[in-house]
Ligand binder design. Structure first.
Ligand code: FAD
Ligand code: UDP
Length: 371
C-alpha cells in the first residue's frame, strides 16, 4: 500500500513526490506512461553526444526567489539569457519587436525610447476592449507589424486566427521601445547546469519514492493500492471525456544533427511569415555545450498528437470549468500541472503551483500528522 500514487513525472508530479517523501516521510509511487522522467522538460544526449530537449527548447526563467531556492537543492545553474530573431521578409530581426527591429525593418533612425514610442503610436490602432490575441497586438503596434510578426505564426501554431484566441496568448510576447533583445526579462534566467533530467533524477532520489515508467494510470489504477492520488495528466482523460474532449494543440518535433560547430546565430529563429514550422532552435546556444556537432529542432504544429498546449479561448475555459467542478467533488484526488488544470503555464509556474498544493496538503492533513 502506497500513501500516494502520483501520475506523471513532470514538474508537477516530481515536485510533489519530492515534498511528500522528504517532508511528510510518506511513501510515493510515481508513474509515467513515457519511458522517462521529467515530462516535457526531458533532455538527453543524442547519438552524436549533443545535449538536446526531446520536446522542444525549454528555457528556465522566473521572478520568484522561492522557486529558484527550491530547485537549487537539486541542481547548479548556468546563466543563460535567451535571444530570438525572426525571419521577416528578407531580414533577420530581434523578437520581441524592439527599437533595433523597427530601425532594421523600416530603415528608420529611432534613437530613443520616445522616438520608438511615437513611431509605434502612429501605427497603433486603438481597440475599445482588448479581448483577443489580435486586439492586444494591433492596439500596440498596428496592423502591418501584426501581420508580419503575429498573424501567420499564430495561425500556424494554434490552427486558429489570433482573433479567435484569448489576448493572453500573444500578450506573452511584449513590445519594447528600447534595445533589449532578450526574449525574457525575468530576474532569474538560467539553465540547470547538467540538464533537466539530471535535476529530476536528484529530485526523485529518495528512499520513499518508487518510479514506474511505461505505465499508464488506466492500466494500474485498480491494482496498485494507494491512499491518495495526484493526477498531472489531461483532466478530460481522467474523467473518460465525460463532457467531451478538451482541445489541446500538439507539435511534431523534427530533430536534426549537423556536423558543424553552429547552425544558426542564436538559440531560436522564428518563421512568422513562411515555412510550415514555427521555429528552429539550436541547443548548444542554450546549454553552452562545446561539441564538434550541433543539434536543432524544427517545431511543426499539429492538431493530433501528444497534448502540449491547452488552447486559451472562452469556450474551452467553460468546458474546463465543468471538469474542474467534477474534480472538486472527487475525493482523495488532486489535480496539478499544465494538463490537469488546463493552464498555459511555464515551468516555474508549475513548480509554484505544485509547492502551493503541497502547502494545502500539509494544512488539510494537519490532523493526520506525518508518520
Ligand atoms: P508535463 O511535463 O506534461 O508532465 C505530465 C506527465 O504526465 C507527462 O510526462 C505524461 O507522460 C504523464 N501522463 C499523462 N497522463 C498519464 C497517464 N494517464 N498515465 C501515466 N502518465 C501520464 N516552459 C518554460 O518555462 N520555458 C520554456 O521555454 C518552455 N518551452 C516549452 C516548449 C514546448 C514545445 C512546450 C510544449 C512547453 C514548453 N514549456 C516551457 C512549458 C513546460 O513544458 C510545462 O510548463 C511543464 O513541462 C509542465 O509540467 P507538468 O508536470 O504540468 O506537465
Ligand atoms: N507569437 C507570434 N510570433 C512570434 C512569437 C510568438 O505570433 O514570433 C505568438 C504565438 O501565438 C505564440 C504566442 O505568441 O503561440 C506565445 O509565444 P511563445 O514564444 O511564448 O510560445 P511558446 O514558447 O509557449 O510556444
Amino acid at each position: 500500500m502506497y500513501d500516494w500514487l502520483i501520475v506523471g513525472a513532470g514538474f508537477a508530479g516530481s515536485v510533489l513526490a519530492e515534498r511528500i517523501a522528504s517532508q511528510r516521510d510518506e511513501t510515493v509511487l510515481i508513474i509515467d506512461r513515457r519511458p522517462h522522467i521529467a515530462g516535457n522538460a526531458y533532455d538527453r544526449y543524442d547519438d552524436a553526444g549533443v545535449l538536446m530537449h526531446q520536446y522542444g527548447p525549454h528555457i528556465f526563467h522566473t521572478n520568484s526567489d522561492a522557486i529558484i531556492d527550491y530547485l537549487s537543492k537539486f541542481t547548479e545553474w548556468r546563466p543563460y539569457e535567451h535571444r530570438v530573431v525572426g525571419q521577416i521578409d528578407d531580414k533577420r530581426v530581434p523578437i520581441p519587436i524592439n527599437r533595433t527591429t523597427l530601425n532594421a525593418l523600416y530603415g528608420a533612425n529611432l534613437k530613443t525610447d520616445e522616438d520608438a514610442q511615437r513611431f509605434l503610436e502612429a501605427r497603433a490602432e486603438p481597440v475599445e476592449k482588448v479581448e483577443t490575441s489580435e486586439d492586444v497586438v494591433v492596439s500596440k503596434v498596428g496592423r502591418e507589424l501584426y501581420e508580419k510578426f503575429f498573424r501567420g505564426y499564430t495561425r500556424k501554431q494554434w490552427g486558429l486566427d489570433p482573433s479567435k484566441l484569448d489576448s493572453s496568448v500573444t500578450a506573452r510576447v511584449p513590445t519594447r521601445t528600447n534595445e533589449d533583445d532578450r526574449y525574457f526579462t525575468d530576474a532569474h534566467q538560467m539553465m540547470p547546469k547538467h540538464g533537466y533530467t539530471r535535476m529530476f533524477e536528484k529530485m526523485l532520489d529518495h528512499p520513499n519514492i518508487n518510479i514506474m515508467l511505461r505505465t499508464d494510470y488506466r492500466d494500474v489504477r485498480d491494482v496498485i493500492p494507494h491512499r491518495h492520488l495526484i493526477f498531472t495528466g489531461p483532466i478530460d482523460e481522467f474523467f473518460d471525456f465525460r463532457f467531451g474532449k478538451l482541445p489541446y494543440r500538439s507539435l511534431r518535433f523534427e530533430h536534426e544533427t549537423h556536423e558543424a560547430e553552429q547552425f544558426q546565430e542564436t538559440g531560436t529563429v522564428n518563421y512568422p511569415m513562411s515555412e510550415a514550422y514555427t521555429r528552429i532552435s539550436e541547443y548548444k546556444h542554450i546549454t553552452g555545450q562545446k561539441h564538434h556537432a550541433t543539434t536543432v529542432t524544427y517545431e511543426y504544429p499539429t492538431a493530433e498528437g501528444d497534448p502540449y498546449y491547452p488552447i486559451p479561448r472562452p469556450e474551452n475555459q467553460a468546458l474546463y470549468k465543468r471538469y474542474q467542478a467534477l474534480a472538486r467533488s472527487t475525493p482523495n484526488v488532486r489535480f496539478v500541472g499544465r494538463l490537469a488544470t488546463y493552464r498555459y503555464y511555464n515551468m516555474d509556474q508549475v513548480v509554484g503551483q505544485a509547492l502551493a498544493e503541497f502547502q494545502r496538503i500539509e494544512k488539510s492533513m494537519a490532523k493526520t500528522p506525518a508518520k
